[in-house]
Design a protein around this ligand. Sequence first.
Ligand SMILES: COc1ccc2cc(-c3cnc(C(=O)NCC(=O)O)c(O)c3)ccc2c1
Ligand SMILES: [Mn+2]
Length: 237
Amino acid sequence: EPVDNMHAYLSVLESRNEMLGEYVVKCLHTYGICVIDNFLGETKGLSILSEVKALHNTDKMTSGELVNRSHGSNAQRIRDDLITWVDGREPGCSNIQFLISSMDAVILKCTRKLKKCTINGRTKAMVACYPGPSTGYLRHVDNPNKDGRAITCIYYLNKDWDSKVDGGTLHIYPENESRIASIEPTFDRLLFFWSDRRNPHEVMPTAKTRYAITVWYYDAVERKQAVEKFTENQKPA
Ligand SMILES: COc1ccc2cc(-c3cnc(C(=O)NCC(=O)O)c(O)c3)ccc2c1
Ligand SMILES: [Mn+2]
């Protein structure tokens, strides 16, 4: 019966998220990085990709440019990605919303098992496009100054991507490690890594358009302190 099938489907999904959560926790504790391939499957991945392309083609994305102010006028471009923030309820973003819920479902299975961090919230989803050709994004740390972000979660949407030809590899330089993690932004790939100084990383120049959707998960304690500090600084003297 359809209801029984739905129950069966949901229990399979539940146990898959349980298994994925275990894997993510183990990888983060061991390497600080975790890659899951074939996260949502071809059909769902393609429907998310079509929504992202629509955002790009209807000029919903703006330059995330973070110009290096210290260079003044001859500002050196650090990155040339286009971005837009979505919470998933916008029209034409229902598949992006499904992705965000799927990311949340895995993180929910991790949060009790992660040592020294309690995940209690997240940012909206940042839909990013590195337009080919692009300079990529110079080496940086997502959260260098304790703004509350604990885990970076990136979903890649690039079909038939060959980094030897197309570039766009994400290099992560885990501190205390001599090895570099080279992650190709391939279709339906999900990546987690600690957002703080443990994981400096950079996006190599890309020859063609490169799409990704990123969500940052907050650590409850660090986020509370960051918000308190921010509001403290906002109070008139
Ligand atoms: C204040 O407004 C903003 C707006 C957008 C922002 C975007 C980033 C960001 C950080 N990291 C990456 C990255 O590492 N991508 C790795 C990959 O795509 O494989 C990336 O693409 C984008 C950081 C700060 C921002 C601040
Ligand atoms: Mn980053």
